[in-house]
Write a protein that binds this ligand. Sequence first.
Ligand code: SIN
Length: 489
Amino acid sequence: MLTLSRPDLQHTAHFIAGEWRAGADGRLLDVSDPASGALIAQVPDADAGTARAAVDAAHAAFPAWRRTPAKERARILKRWNDLVLANQQDLGRLISREQGKPLAEGIGEVAYAASYIEWFAEEATRANGDLIPAPVPGRRMFAVREPVGVVAAITPWNFPAAMIARKIAPALAAGCTVVCKPAEDTPLTSLALVALAAEAGVPAGVLNIVTASRERTPELVDAWLDDARVRKITFTGSTPVGKHLARRSADTLKKLSLELGGNAPFVVFEDADVEAAVEGLMAAKFRNGGQTCVCPNRVFVHQAVHARFAELLVARVASLRVGAASNEASQIGPMINARAVEKIERHVQDAAARGARVLTGGTRLPALGPNYFAPTVLEDADATMACACEETFGPVVPLTRFTGEAEVVAQANATPFGLAAYFYTQDVRRIWRVADALEVGIVGINEGALAAEAAPFGGVKDSGYGREGSVHGLDDYLHTKYLCQGQLD
Ligand code: SIN
């Protein structure tokens, strides 16, 4: 375990109905350091019975929580935000240890997570309804917004704090209660955040969390899918799993928010500020070592600026410092696990076999540990390569040349996914033309760093639906009830 200023933040149990509970059958899930594979901790591996117990608690707590005045829910969320920020260093160390992002990024992620909690604390009091002009005399018509009920949040490993905050804060703000299953690779950060939520005053049963292994997750999630008391699923993860959740939610018609895979294009037009485009790509691509669903996966550079762009990019990428997450100098840590590195290696080898040239990187870094991969730039990538069709989720930049705007927009859209896209140009007419034509939920225009609590995050097509963050983020946890009062004459 880690040495933290607050050792009591290291929990290794489920949190249900306000109590830390050991697993029902003694089965445990190992949590390992992605840098070395060394065991960090063991947490319980939940079965279906534990999953149902969490729903029992959330369902029992719902009537009182939804009646709690929004201002009081907001106060509790603000205290949670304050506690998260007060424990930023400890939480950052937990993230960095179990997920592998460099410590400075881990600490930064805590501030990012807190920004969602603060945002939704403020939004809690603004779930306004409508007074609707009645079409006939003697009537008053209203639309009020109500919490959907028990929400199941299934969160990913790449941002173990921020994704918990982005889902749980709006749910609690709306008056919903929550059962959560964090990713099997990164449960410790989530348990610490839930402990701080309880300390902030979130009542027993309102927020419950259960941990489970990859093998047992289907059993646990099935229990939630089959349970009509769970009214909403919010999930960040792969598109196949998102589609499975959508299919399996049909019988109980749960509301869904699905933040799924991406295959983001990054386009550099001939009139772009090339230096700014390189910096934008570095920020977008190498955040969390390329393990974000909005990071550029295909980079299209106009023939006229390709040589200059590639030269500047290779210099920047080759100078990235790869190393242990705990080393303050590291800019890229280990990948999350062996499967992740295998996929990255497969993409690079496939691209090379199909004619791409490796300009820098291209290999694992075994001297550092089993899960490190060198930041890589590939030239002459094309649409037949695995790295253009699948999300690489690692520090690999495949460059593709283009010559025409219509051609590159068609290539950018030639994917089932539609999460994010980026482009660089100084032509204002082109900005609006291209922004309109891109089939995605998020567009970076001369900007690589898009994440913000005030912005709506989510995709179209196979990247899912629903929006997180922003004024729209609360909507996914509310439904609208129409009230019509007659006999008023
Ligand atoms: C994600 O990769 O799912 C989230 C990234 C972000 O918040 O920018």
